[in-house]
Ligand binder design. Structure first.
Ligand SMILES: [Fe+2]
Length: 536
């Protein structure tokens, strides 16, 4: 039945909102102006130019499972004219960003050639004009010169362009319908509605309020200025069927639910915490899972462990932004290109009440305390501080650690932490111990590319068995849950991981499960969904 303007409608549970920057799938490094500029130049333009030159190489690479996640455009070697137009459009629309890249490159060159241990003051006059006023120069104690950006100034300059932000709205019908999003720009498609509005626009919140509260279709259509030729497509995103009402947890204990990957919801009758939100849309499937429909009306705190695409996923966050009261992020090192501020980023894209935590900083909530524990490694040995393992401690001493991808490269650090915080009840630990090499994520930021043999050793890898075992021996949890493995099929669009029984992360995590069971501990590698209730 055709939806009429006066009909009250809800958004369908499988309506996806895909945020884009300059037509590419948006992730955090495409928001902060300097990292965005370098990704546009060194990733997007390079991939598009390569496709224009030889689309069939890309088509073949996309078909090869070993190349999953590689820099290849997934349009079966077709649509070359559109990619060419997109490339030309990027060169024009992002001219300021490209100018910024050139200036960063000149600054690196300047320091390399002229900063030899003498005062840096005379070099300020030689800083490229574009970067004057944005940068402070310094030496480390070994007299290696570097610089820090005043990142907030970039956000106030022409280098932050909200006009590059847009959205795709479309329906997701199964786990296989989306291909890997980070290597292929988004061309217009008949099933997809493109909306040219910035991420901070509160019409996004109004749209997703229709998850629970219906509104007249005509008013919804009008608020988003849907053109007549797109009305039929737009109408398909809505239903007149009311969703089942969410029942909040009213027990006296702690209800912990796994939503897939590293996403965990912790509820008590007073507090609701969501960690690393990455949530499946609602559609028919053989694999049972929690979806957006299983979230409470209000989320008191959303915690992020670190700044990787599979832990900060805008498409989940924008769908729930209206529900979030506070956001807790790890504090960055302040000005390092490789470590943009999550606080600034979330502020710019329309989130409020952002709290930064550093190592061992504590946050008192109504019935628990959050402590930011050090998160080690997993960032290719770069100086990146925006990473924390969160420990939630309830008033009776019940403790959960969300260690995410922290790689226990130096157990002596965690031994010292244990002296302060003691044993814990539950450890959630990621064990994606292969990890992509440095260049996969941070390559566009490097002034000089790293030799391949070095690059292969510097990985975004989580704990292997030995590192996990050391962590378990130190914190002595009674329950160990291996998670954040990118295993859920609905994550394929963002995680380029496909495991077999021979994959190292599976072999290593199997060893952890055996190790724990031999010691009377509960242990499980999570997949799909899991519910853990603890009565206080
Ligand atoms: Fe990670």
């Amino acid at each position: 039945m055709k939806i009429q303007d006066h009909d009250l409608v809800y958004v369908k549970p499988n309506l996806a909102i895909e945020p884009l920057v300059d037509n590419w799938y948006a992730w955090s490094h495409l928001i902060s102006p300097a990292t965005a500029a370098l990704n546009i130049k060194e990733r997007h333009l390079k991939i598009m130019n390569s496709y224009i030159q030889n689309p069939q190489i890309h088509a073949a690479a996309v078909r090869n499972p070993k190349m999953l996640g590689g820099p290849f455009i997934d349009y079966e070697g077709k649509r070359v004219e559109e990619i060419t137009a997109l490339r030309d459009n990027t060169m024009e629309q992002c001219a300021d960003s490209l100018e910024l890249c050139e200036a960063i490159s000149q600054l690196n060159h300047l320091l390399d050639k002229e900063a030899k241990g003498y005062s840096l003051t005379p070099l300020y006059s030689k800083v490229p004009e574009v970067l004057k006023g944005f940068v402070e120069l310094f030496y480390d104690l070994n007299n290696h010169a570097s610089y820090r950006f005043f990142e907030f100034l970039f956000y106030r300059s022409k280098y932050y362009k909200e006009s590059l932000q847009s959205f795709n709205l479309f329906l997701v019908n199964n786990d296989d319908s989306r291909s890997f999003v980070l290597s292929t720009p988004k061309l217009v498609n008949p099933n997809i509605l493109r909306l040219n509005i910035p991420f901070k626009d509160n019409r996004i919140d109004e749209l997703f309020e229709l998850t629970e509260k219906p509104r007249a279709f005509g008013a919804v259509k009008q608020s988003l200025n849907i053109p007549p030729e797109k009305e039929e497509l737009f109408a398909d995103f809505f239903t007149q069927e009311a969703p089942a009402k969410y029942k909040p947890y009213l027990g006296a204990g702690v209800l912990t639910r796994y939503f897939g990957h590293a996403c965990i919801l912790v509820e008590t009758k007073d507090t609701c915490i969501l960690v690393d939100p990455v949530i499946s849309y609602g559609y028919e499937s053989d694999i049972s899972r929690y979806t957006f429909a299983d979230l409470p009306e209000t989320i008191d705190y959303v915690f992020f462990t670190h700044n990787h695409q599979d832990h900060i996923l805008f498409e989940t966050l924008l769908r729930i932004r209206r529900k979030i009261k506070h956001i807790v992020v790890p504090k960055s090192n302040g000005g390092g290109l490789q470590d943009p501020s999550l606080k600034l980023m979330f502020q710019k894209i329309g989130f409020d009440n952002i709290i930064e935590l550093g190592d061992m900083d504590r946050l008192e909530l109504k019935d628990c305390t959050i402590t930011g524990l050090p998160f080690l490694g997993e960032h290719a040995d770069l100086d990146i501080r925006s990473k924390l393992c969160h420990m939630v401690e309830f008033r009776n001493g019940y403790k959960i650690i969300f260690a995410a991808d922290s790689c226990n490269v130096e157990p002596r650090i965690y031994e010292k932490i244990h002296e302060e915080v003691g044993d814990v009840n539950i450890l959630f630990l990621g064990m994606e111990c292969d990890g992509a090499p440095l260049s996969w994520l941070y390559g566009p930021l490097m002034p000089n590319s790293l030799d391949r043999d070095k690059d292969q050793t510097r990985r975004l890898a989580g704990c292997n068995f030995e590192q996990s075992r050391a962590l378990i021996d130190i914190f002595n949890p009674s329950d160990v849950f291996i998670y954040a493995m990118g295993m859920e099929p609905w994550l394929k669009f963002i995680s380029s991981i496909k495991y077999t029984e021979e994959s190292r992360p599976i072999i290593e995590s199997n060893k952890v499960l055996e190790y724990c069971k031999a010691r009377g501990k509960e242990a499980e590698r999570l997949f799909g969904e899991k519910i853990i209730e603890y009565d206080r």
